[in-house]
Design a protein around this ligand. Structure first.
Ligand SMILES: [Zn+2]
Length: 73
């Protein structure tokens, strides 16, 4: 199973979809907390990194500007 790796600009799927029905979130800020934005309605949420990692299911779309990531896709 793939490790949970994510980077700024990635679009990720969470265990629970947003109430708007979309389950694709774009990571727009990384740090101690992760800010992600719903690609459906534009709503943004701030989550502590640990919680984000628990809720995240997988990466849907790798950020194109992150081609240097070790391991590749
Ligand atoms: Zn939404």
């Amino acid at each position: 199973m793939e490790r949970k790796q994510f980077a700024l600009g990635d679009v990720v799927e969470m265990k629970k979809p947003h109430p708007c029905g979309t389950n694709a979130w774009k990571v727009i800020r990384m740090g101690m907390d992760i800010r992600m934005k719903c690609t459906g309605c534009g709503h943004s949420v701030l989550l502590p990194r640990s919680r984000f990692e628990k809720r995240m299911k997988r990466v849907l779309q790798r950020s194109p500007q992150d081609e240097n990531r070790a391991g590749g896709v």
